[in-house]
Write a protein that binds this ligand. Structure first.
Ligand SMILES: [Zn+2]
Length: 434
């Protein structure tokens, strides 16, 4: 029941909706990478060297592989009765997921986690399986035309895909929905949607508008996709959410679309927003700069997950190499009452409590729900190097956390604790103000 309620009201969905409204106002313009200058020719250098050629070869993402994990990512392409599947839909969705999986794998490696990355389900023919789901209704049934209400797509599309691929409580579903509309609109396309929600240790869903699969943005091969990602051709009459400028460039739409898939999938794995480095973190608006990770020379610092979010992600059943799948019970979190009321302009709280798990704790994450951001986290693993060799069943929490209390009402801190089976337990501390 609680589950159903979560699904309808979608705390992940609500969160996911949040960034769309806010992001366009805060996103910074991208800096386009400059060509490296050619070394100056000396007086006896002979003919001048040709100018340094185009940026060196882009870094191609590694291809998807069948990793044989029990917990797979299932891909679906949802096409209403009055729409036609886009050209090369299977190849395009595979290319998009190749970039997303590469982003996850490389970023977790950079944080020191040994993972082979996301495991997309494969077909018997040895290719990633993308299920074409023919919808029961026309697009307006899902996108709410003419109102284009955001959550209606979540409520209507997800059950039809679940009927084909299995419930999102026990399966991770990534859905591209051909439910957008070509009419004029302020940002991107009408009926555009990007939502993600975790339902359990082994289930969740991400729902994405299929405008990202248009030929202008999504290619059928990785090499061609890298060319599109480098292309700053304006797209007439359209505004990318991250750039906010009319006639935004091709790559800005790709970053918005591919990046949103990475971001919402993060929500589907249980990650909250992390706005501490808003333009760098994937769970902030950093996903809108993802081409930095694939172009040479990079146009800026690569984007990635914060160390605290990466720690939680590394213990997900979808990314950990040896999750404890026997562990199906989430950890319990017991928080102490606060020492006393918070000072009016407090910027820090002390949080104390105790966490327990029946088989082995993994990590803790602290979230300031008012500021909508992660504010801290830690390993809860044992072993000499914290490598999880020794299961830790209990741990004390005692931390000071930076917070931004609301003007009215108590300050809150949400505590998420993940165990070695990828189960997440949570509790919320409330700090009344003086
Ligand atoms: Zn989000």
């Amino acid at each position: 029941m609680r589950h159903e309620q979560q699904r309808r009201n979608g705390n992940g969905g609500r969160r996911a909706g949040g960034w769309c409204a806010v992001a366009a106002l805060t996103a910074l313009a991208l800096t386009v990478s400059a060509l490296a200058a050619a070394p100056p020719a000396g007086p006896s250098a002979g003919p001048p060297a040709p100018p340094s050629a185009a940026p060196s070869a882009p870094r191609a993402p590694e291809p998807l592989e069948d990793l044989g994990r029990p917990n797979k990512v299932h891909l679906a392409y949802f096409v209403p009765t009055d729409r036609q599947p886009t050209r090369a839909w299977r190849e395009k969705i595979t290319v998009l997921m190749t970039f997303v999986a590469d982003l996850y794998r490389r970023d977790l490696h950079s944080h020191g986690y040994a993972t082979r990355g996301l495991d997309v389900a494969f077909d018997a023919d040895g290719r990633p399986a993308v299920h074409l789901v023919r919808a029961k209704h026309a697009a307006a049934h899902y996108n709410g035309d003419p109102d284009f209400t955001f959550m209606q797509q979540w409520r209507t599309v997800l059950p039809e895909v679940e009927a084909v691929l299995g419930g999102a409580t026990e399966n991770l579903l990534v859905i591209f929905a051909e439910t957008y509309d070509d009419g004029p609109t302020r940002y991107e396309w009408r009926g555009g949607v990007a939502l993600g929600c975790r339902f359990s240790a082994s289930g969740g869903a991400g729902l994405f508008s299929a405008w990202i699969l248009r030929d202008a943005f999504c290619a059928a091969t990785v090499d061609e996709q890298l060319r599109l990602l480098a292309d700053a051709t304006p797209i007439p009459g359209r505004v990318a959410l991250g750039s906010g400028r009319p006639n935004s460039t091709r790559f800005e739409f790709i970053e918005d679309g591919f990046g949103a898939a990475a971001h919402e999938l993060g929500h589907a794995f249980g990650l909250p927003h992390d706005r501490r480095k808003e333009q760098r973190y994937i769970m902030g608006n950093g996903f809108r700069h993802l081409r930095r990770n694939f172009l040479e020379p990079p146009a800026g610092e690569p984007v990635g997950f914060s160390p605290d979010n990466a720690r939680l992600l590394a213990h997900s059943r979808f990314l950990a190499e040896t999750p404890d799948l026997e562990d199906t019970t989430p950890p319990t979190v017991t928080l102490d009452p606060p020492d006393g009321p918070l000072a009016p302009h407090a910027t820090e709280v002390r949080l104390r409590g105790r966490v327990r798990d029946d088989r082995g704790l993994a990590a803790v994450l602290y979230v300031d729900p008012h500021a909508d951001t992660v504010v801290g986290g830690a390993d809860l693993t044992g072993g000499a190097a914290g490598d999880g060799a020794v299961p830790v069943l209990e741990a004390d929490l005692d931390v000071r956390l930076p917070v931004r209390p609301p003007n009215d009402g108590p300050c809150r801190v949400r505590v998420l604790v993940i165990d070695r089976g990828g189960n997440i337990g949570s509790a919320t501390a409330a700090y009344p103000k003086q």
